[in-house]
Design a protein around this ligand. Structure first.
Ligand SMILES: *Cc1c(COP(=O)(O)O)cnc(C)c1O
Length: 434
């Protein structure tokens, strides 16, 4: 009789794991306050005081800027929109190269395309999964204008090395901190480490308002452009006193505005961030310690002077220490032992092999078709994208890395003990998997 659930043995646990739900009476009251006022959004796409949004938008932006210790916080309807605004404000135009990470949510790599920019993928560091400064430096050409760094999984990028490269080559650093609200490098928050930082408030993030995002910057001129791109730039540009052709660059606007209700919810959520983060970090430390007994697992490194926000908990699997069992089989066996999580996909056990497929392997890059059928904007460049471009990323994704979310606040010690027991059970019975 086989022991592992994947082979027909008894499951270690069937009772679902608790939900991660950060929404409570505070958000409920905030929504009702706005709803009762009747003013669900007072934005105007014309030159008026309300060009910058209503009272909830502004109160939220003020709270965000204060919390993160930054001069400007600009709310937008998603981090994707925020990244597009940041690329626009950076002045990216057709044929400009922007160095991006292959290992991130796709929006942070494709944002340059909206302005005709060419994403150039640099490889990632093997132990932090953030952009590798050495690879970044090798990818710089006379066409490079910006770097989009990603604080992937909640780990701040290599601030000192990458900012030094950017300074040397006069590049703008856009920091995608969607997964890292509250992460720190030395005394500064992730998101404030580059020229512009972008946060997400979508449902899956640490804190959320359903959908939403925030861009932060200490640069007045960039803040001005971000606000314009968010809200129909072209119709107010004259009132702003922009007139020279240099000032008109990328001043075509969108409607990327957040509503009053979303901002009211987001302001309550921000108050909860520190304690949610602390619980999450404590949970990761607990699980890391317990998993140390399993030789084929390796816990992630947190960069020196950094505080990790653990959007997910990344770990590595070494098949050579597991009798040759492949990561995918091992993890599949662990998942078979565990239950789903309440409020998430019905059958989903929140453990995944790898993260997203290295982005340059997506069909868009293989075929170099983005906007229209003629290859724009790739036809401004001779770049090619293919398997092997970022070997560290590929090895991690296809062979070594896995992540789980079973450390989110709401998980009790008992729940986490079950997660660990599932790993131990599969480890002890690994010969069943050969
Ligand atoms: C979630 C996420 C985004 C996109 O956020 P949205 O608010 O859904 O647009 C961008 N980058 C990273 C790294 C993310 O995790």
């Amino acid at each position: 009789m086989k022991k592992l659930a994947i082979n027909g043995g008894e499951k270690l646990r069937t009772n679902p794991f608790p939900a991660y739900n950060t929404i409570g009476t505070e958000e409920e009251e905030a929504v009702l306050r706005v709803l009762r006022s009747g003013k669900l959004s007072t934005y105007l796409g014309a030159w008026h005081e309300d060009f910058y949004g209503g009272s909830e938008v502004r109160a939220f932006e003020k709270a965000w800027a204060t919390f993160f210790g930054v001069k400007h916080a600009i709310s937008v309807n998603s981090a994707t929109s925020g990244l597009i605004c940041a690329v626009g404000a950076a002045g990216i135009e057709a044929g400009d190269e922007v160095i991006v990470s292959p290992y991130t949510m796709s929006a942070s790599a494709v944002a340059p395309l909206f302005y005709g920019g060419i994403p150039v993928f640099a490889d990632i560091e093997k132990d932090t999964y953030c952009l590798d400064p050495k690879s970044v430096e090798r990818k710089i050409t006379h066409k490079t204008k910006a770097i989009i760094v990603v604080d992937i999984f909640g780990q701040p990028y290599d601030v000192e090395a990458i900012n030094a490269i950017a300074k040397k080559h006069n590049l703008i650093v856009i920091e995608d901190a969607a997964q890292a609200p509250g992460a720190m490098y030395k005394e500064s928050y992730a998101g404030t480490l580059g020229d512009m930082g972008v946060f997400s408030l979508n449902y899956h993030k640490h804190i959320h308002s359903g959908e939403g995002g925030v861009i932060v910057t200490n640069d007045d001129a960039l803040a001005n452009k971000l606000q314009l791109i968010r809200n129909h730039a072209e119709s107010v540009i004259a009132n702003k006193g922009f007139s020279s052709s240099a000032e008109l660059v990328n001043m075509v606007g969108f409607n990327f505005r957040m509503t009053e209700m979303e901002c009211a919810v987001a302001r309550e959520q921000l108050k909860k961030l520190p304690s949610l983060l602390q619980t999450r970090q404590g949970n990761v430390a607990y699980i890391n310690e317990a998993l140390k007994s399993i030789p084929c697992l390796k816990t992630t490194k947190t960069r020196e002077h950094a505080k990790h926000a653990f959007y997910v908990h990344p770990l590595e699997f070494d098949a050579s220490l597991a009798g040759g069992v492949h990561r995918d089989i091992f993890i599949k066996a662990v998942k078979a032992e565990l239950p789903r999580t309440i409020m998430r996909d019905d059958s989903d056990v929140l453990i995944g092999c790898g993260y997203v497929k290295p982005i340059y392997l997506q069909p868009m890059f293989a075929h170099k078709i983005a906007f229209g059928s003629k290859g724009y904007p790739f036809n401004f460049s001779s770049i090619t994208y293919q398997k092997g471009d970022c070997p560290v990323c590929e090895n991690l994704h296809f062979e070594r890395l896995f992540t789980h979310e079973l450390m989110r606040p709401g998980m009790s010690r008992n729940d986490m003990d079950d997660v660990v027991k599932a790993f131990v059970k599969v480890w002890e019975n690994r010969e069943e998997l050969v």
